[in-house]
Write a protein of this length. Sequence first.
Length: 137
Amino acid sequence: MEQILEKLNFFIENNLPLVLSNYTEDDFDMILDERDEDYFSEKWMEIFDIIKVKVSESKIDKTSSHSLREKVFKLVYSITNHPDLSSYVSDDFGLILQSLEIKHNDYWLNSLWLEYKKGNLPHGQLAETKGELIDLI
């Protein structure tokens, strides 16, 4: 798990600023609007609810996910000055890390991660990507 956390931290520090630089303030607002649409938000919340239950049952230490989320929030906010976007992106990375920690796999979550990896902020209708999330990191 340590290696995965290192890879995520490397991505956050080196790639996430580049991802954010591809967008304007108007783009951020459009992305947030699309993420609030049912087809995105309902799927995100479905996965969040599943992971929340599994995390509480597993009694894993939540320190690393809280720390990662805080790091992402501060980074995104320092670049965009956009608190809502900062919350959404930090929540995504928290969800990804917790999913990895409890070894939960979801094809939609794979696609969420791959959007970041391709240099995009995830929004809209994501196609599901087969495979194991840990192998995609």
